[in-house]
Design a protein around this ligand. Structure first.
Ligand code: SAM
Ligand code: SF4
Length: 459
């Protein structure tokens, strides 16, 4: 979501004559787009600001702006901690950036805007900064969150949930496709409650409409809340040919007392039931999750229940985090805080377990042909001498696994020319914990945006 917002910021500043640069040393303005989800992310913001302060000393005209969730949370307190910052703008102020900047330039006085409205300004067309074309792009379909999980800062820094109008989303995706994009990742804190509040067509209907966009090859989305994962959405994985066979379905904990105290509104049994339904519709579906270890009051028994759930599901991947107190989040006031070294040990155990499961799941793909959307090409660095060796193509399977294909051997696979944006069948030869390695098998259909019938994954 922050990556999408950063693109929106770059796009909004383009008419003012600002262009992206690849180095802070060359910049007239540095905007730090921030995340407040965990304590560590906030610490990173201030240590980064400390580094850019040195640049401002050398070049006093340099404008330093802080946007995003830390800006929203801290407001003008940022100016006290980092007095060299010129501009603080919150999560709802991105659309107002041009006018904030002209205020700053005219008066040469620090500006803070952390006002939150009920709606966020819509982007005017595709969110692609000048000069950038990519195969896959993010599209935010809703803002904010109404779920108030007790550990989470999002509802306070991103505001209440609000869904964008379907016609704006469809127009933005059409515009992206017209600019060469082949895959979209729909973003929201809880995409499967899309439109409910506004009485709009639901998330499944939105997916159906996006599925009809000609020239688009793949649709992904994140994040789904298990409590709102409906039968119709589960069914969509069997029906919609462009919908990728991957779902990120954060469970957070495998222990019911903890889920209750987190205010997640499902039990571990209900969660596992949804997983079974998904696998019935789509047996080779990839499932990933988020886990928080060391939530206040998490006992060893609770943690063991999380380990058991991870083993039962057999996730394809996990993001695991140590719980940290967040401003305004109710769990900050909960007693029975878990000791830091227990959190460390639990995190380690989750990560080690998951690494083994991911490797086993990836290895089960060796010998199979997977459809890969080619994303990029790069020359591989040769270790030791600082030089570069043969090139390699990189793409993703529908199940969101990264696949590398050595360019020289790919040619031997008689696959013809490979280009970013092509969907190609790839024979998986090797599996690692974080990627697969394969060769185009040259036998199947190669499509750029053609009819999807033969590539359908309907189960
Ligand atoms: N809306 C999504 C959901 O409900 O799953 C994702 C929200 S958040 C941006 C991403 C993840 O950060 C959460 O799923 C949770 O695992 C983690 N997280 C949120 N607050 C946290 C906290 N206070 N301490 C540790 N991890 C946290
Ligand atoms: Fe945070 Fe819960 Fe909303 Fe996700 S669903 S953003 S974890 S409050």
């Amino acid at each position: 979501m922050n990556a999408y917002d950063s693109d929106k910021i770059a796009l909004g500043l383009d008419p003012l004559g600002y262009r992206l640069t690849d180095s802070p040393d060359k910049a007239d303005m540095i905007i730090v787009n921030t995340c407040a989800i965990r304590e560590k992310a906030v610490q990173k913001v201030f240590s980064y600001l400390g580094r850019v302060a040195g640049l401002k000393q050398i070049r006093p005209d340099l404008i330093i702006g802080v946007g995003g969730c830390v800006a929203q949370q801290e407001g003008d307190r940022i100016l006290k901690r980092a007095p060299y910052v010129d501009l603080v703008f919150g999560t709802h102020a991105i659309g107002r950036l041009p006018s904030l900047l002209s205020r700053l330039e005219k008066k040469r006085q620090q500006v803070v805007d952390v006002e939150m409205g009920s709606r966020i300004q819509e982007p005017d067309g595709a969110v692609i900064p000048r000069g950038e074309t990519e195969v896959s792009r993010f599209v935010t379909i809703m803002h904010g969150c109404d779920n108030f999980c007790t550990y989470c800062v999002v509802p306070y820094v991103r505001g209440r949930e609000s869904s964008r109008q379907p016609e704006h989303i469809l127009a933005e995706i059409q515009d992206l496709v017209d600019n060469g994009v082949r895959e979209v990742m729909l973003l929201g804190q809880n995409v499967n409650s899309y439109g409910k509040k506004e009485g709009l067509p639901d998330f499944t209907s939105l997916l159906e409409k996006i599925n009809d966009i000609k020239g688009l090859d793949r649709i992904r989305f994140t994040t789904s809340h298990p409590k709102d994962l409906s039968e119709s959405l589960i069914g969509a994985f069997g029906r919609l040919d462009k919908l990728c066979r991957h779902i990120h379905l954060p469970v957070q904990s495998g222990a019911d007392p903890i889920l209750k105290r987190m205010n997640r509104n499902y039990t571990s049994t209900q969660y596992l039931d949804k997983i079974n339904q998904l696998r019935r519709v789509c047996p080779d579906m990839a499932i990933t999750s988020d886990i928080i270890v060391g939530f206040p009051g998490e006992t060893k028994r609770d943690f063991d229940a999380t380990i058991a759930l991870i083993e039962t599901v057999g996730y394809d991947g996990l993001f695991a985090f140590k719980y940290s107190d967040r401003p305004n989040a109710p769990a900050t006031q909960f007693s029975e805080k878990v000791a830091e070294h227990d959190k460390d040990q639990r995190l380690q155990k989750v990560l080690e377990l998951q690494e083994a499961i991911t490797l086993a799941r990836n290895r089960s793909l060796v010998g199979q042909t997977q459809e890969v959307l080619v994303e990029s090409y790069r020359l591989k660095p040769v270790s030791g001498n600082g030089g570069v060796g043969a090139g390699q193509w990189t793409g993703r399977t529908s199940t969101n696994k990264i696949v590398h294909m050595p360019a020289d051997e790919a040619a031997q696979g008689q696959a013809g020319d490979i280009d970013p944006g092509l969907l190609i069948p790839v024979l998986i030869k090797k599996a690692f914990a974080h990627s697969l390695w394969g060769l185009p098998d040259g036998s199947g259909a190669r499509t750029a945006s053609g009819p999807k019938g033969e590539n359908s994954h309907a189960a």
